[in-house]
Design a protein around this ligand. Structure first.
Ligand code: PMV
Length: 341
């Protein structure tokens, strides 16, 4: 077998946490959402993605080094399938006619598939890596469109820096739904403390969860109520009103999970520990410490606070039996290239 490596690129793709969530796809194939969403890149949750372009087009391989694992494991299942599908899609998007072999190494520094946007961090790095390998000059906007087409739509929000808006776009226009930074990462010193309550991978992927969203009787109401919430969220951000922001964040989280729990089949991502910690966060607020929660597709909690309160909140939760580990994140940059050989 010919294993000749033509080129190697290493990238870093950040995870992001959504303040206004994406749930449901109006077009599954084009990965078009029903609503705009808004997120912050996470400085300390990322995936290092090394991509080798090989002469032998028969080779398509994926190796994954999980959080706290010492070695790479070869993946032959669904993750590899997703990578190969995305590679074919990227070739089409970038108008490449030649096929190449591909070997991808993914090294993740946080738990995978546990509600911390591992797919977004991986696919943003992979999209940037492929564009770099093929020496295609495309705009950040188009790169975000490509990342969206990975199937993990929120990967588009991990392309630009800082606080990022994902526009839902118009109709079935593939390029009108893209992500853009609306505030730089140093705009507001927010902290996302990821409180890890469990390492279990979620049973239902977001991919299949999105398909069921419309079956919830609450979905229509969610879309309607989002109009007002989005307006208020923009205002809270523009005037840096942390209390308004925090209350909208929690309202949004409960709206998302109410849809999840009432769709068919229902999705219960929260565990008993999730509820216990939510109550603790509310209690902290009653004691005058400003902390708010948000949760994606997993039991783990993203606690959002301001930098000035970080140490005391960290100290408080590091002593709780439900909390296995804490990852402290600041607003981060988007996907970037580390090396090209
Ligand atoms: O981009 P996906 O398909 O991994 O879906 C992300 C879904 C949520 O994390 C629940 C919400 C969001 O906007 O990140």
């Amino acid at each position: 077998m010919n294993y000749r490596i033509l080129k190697t690129v290493k990238t870093k793709g950040q995870a992001n946490i959504a303040f206004i969530k994406y749930w449901g796809q109006r077009n599954k194939n084009l990965v078009l959402p029903y609503n705009d969403s808004f997120s912050m890149n996470l400085s300390n949750c990322y995936t290092l993605v090394t991509i080798q372009l090989l002469e032998n087009k028969e080779i398509k391989e994926l190796f994954i080094k999980d959080w706290k694992s010492k070695r790479y494991k070869k993946d032959k299942g669904k993750a590899l399938e997703k990578v190969v599908r995305f590679y074919q899609r990227a070739k089409k998007f970038l108008k490449l006619d030649r096929d190449y072999g591909l070997r991808v190494y993914s090294e993740i520094n946080f738990p995978r598939q546990a509600g911390i946007a591992s797919s977004a961090s991986f696919f943003s790095g992979l999209a940037l890596g492929l564009v770099t390998l093929f020496e295609k000059k495309i705009s950040e906007r188009d790169l975000s469109v490509l990342a969206r087409l990975s199937g993990s739509g929120s990967a588009c929000r991990s392309i630009p820096d800082g606080f990022v808006w994902w526009f839902k776009g118009k109709g079935d226009d593939i390029g009108s739904s893209y992500a853009k930074s609306i505030f730089p990462f140093d705009y507001w010193d927010l902290v996302d403390m990821v409180l890890i309550l469990g390492f279990k991978k979620k049973e239902t992927t977001s991919q299949s969860g999105h398909q069921g969203a419309v079956s919830s009787p609450l979905f229509k109401y969610r879309l309607l109520s989002l109009q007002e919430r989005i307006k208020k969220m923009k205002k809270a951000f523009s005037i840096k009103d942390f209390f308004l922001f925090g209350s909208l964040l929690e309202e949004e989280t409960v709206s998302l999970h109410s849809v999840m729990m009432t769709q068919r089949p229902p999705l219960y991502y929260w565990s008993g520990k999730t509820i216990e910690i939510i109550k603790e966060i509310i209690l902290l607020r009653q004691l005058g410490i400003a902390a708010y929660y948000t949760i994606d597709a997993g039991e783990n909690i993203h606690l959002i606070c301001q930098k000035k309160d970080k140490d005391k909140i960290y100290d408080y939760f590091s002593h709780k039996k439900e909390v296995k580990e804490i990852i402290v994140n600041y607003p981060g940059k988007g996907a970037r290239i580390l090396t090209i050989d």
